[in-house]
Design a protein around this ligand. Structure first.
Ligand code: ADP
Ligand code: MG
Length: 253
């Protein structure tokens, strides 16, 4: 059975950075595993962080499926959607990537969502690991388009406000019907005394602090130059921090 890992937290805290570096470590440490990365943020940019080219998103597919003219005559709608969803998958040697895409308009999307849910469940089972870069509101998890979560990393930046918002994410998760296994807090963009200063706020979240990712000038440099974070060198502080986080998270157990 595939192990589902999700990365959650409010916008700008460092979810995509962490997800890209986590994927990098997973690939480096276990060459033999198959990984599906899912970008569930409407402001998708995991593809850029990984250095992958995306041709279409799941949103595009669902949007197209509403237009009867887009569907070849005689082709059942569900087959069309399945086929298109398969096309939206970016496949590479190490990691495959699915991008959910922009928010869907108003109205009931129950039918496509049902198909999407089944599709993700089927496709997910073809991998050892599914790693989801979540959107702030955890929509896909609450709608259960993502079947279950084994390990969730709640990301906060180094601010009291960030930690409080991580606490709200935790409360949101507790209110969900979906099963979430282990939950960890990760604090990003730290400097030497951040964790000490945030100690009380962190204690109040009820979350287990697994580690922190220091503020890394190389992350800023790569982002500025539009270079994939996946290509950061192994001695970059952020890369080393995520390596030690992965080792403690017990993901490969
Ligand atoms: N460890 C870090 N060191 C330096 N800058 C970082 C670090 N983590 C994230 N950032 C910066 O913070 C911003 C938001 O990061 P991102 O991963 O895109 O957040 P999110 O996906 O949560 O919206 C980016 O400009 C990124 O370069
Ligand atoms: Mg992001």
């Amino acid at each position: 059975m595939a192990k589902y890992i999700a990365v959650a937290g409010k916008g700008g805290v460092g979810k995509t950075t962490f997800t890209a570096l986590l994927l990098k470590q997973m690939v480096q440490q276990r060459k033999e595993i198959s990984i599906l990365a899912v970008d569930a943020d409407p402001n998708a940019n995991l593809d850029e962080a990984l250095g992958l080219e995306v041709t279409g998103t799941i949103s595009d597919v669902l949007e197209q499926s509403k237009d009867p003219k887009a569907i070849p005559t005689g082709m059942p709608k569900n087959i069309f959607i399945e086929y298109k969803l398969q096309q939206a998958l970016v496949e590479t040697k190490d990691i495959d990537l699915l991008v959910m895409g922009g928010p869907q308009g108003a109205g009931c999307y129950c039918y496509p969502n049902d198909i999407l849910r089944k599709h993700l469940e089927t496709i997910g089972e073809g991998y050892n690991y599914v790693v989801v870069d979540s959107e702030a509101g955890l929509e896909h998890i609450s709608r259960r388009t993502i079947p279950h979560i084994d390990v969730m990393f709640v990301i906060s930046d180094s601010s009291a406000r960030g930690i409080r918002s991580a606490r709200r994410v935790y409360e949101l998760i507790q209110g969900l019907k979906s099963a979430v296994g282990t939950l960890y807090l990760i604090v990003t963009k730290t400097n030497t005394d951040s964790l000490e200063l945030l100690k009380e706020e962190i204690a109040q979240t009820g979350l287990t602090l697994l580690g922190d990712i220091p503020l890394d000038p190389m992350v800023a440099e790569y982002d500025l130059a539009g270079k994939p974070l996946f290509d950061l060198p192994d001695d970059a502080v952020s890369v080393k921090a995520v390596q030690s986080i992965l080792n403690r998270a017990g993901i490969f157990n």
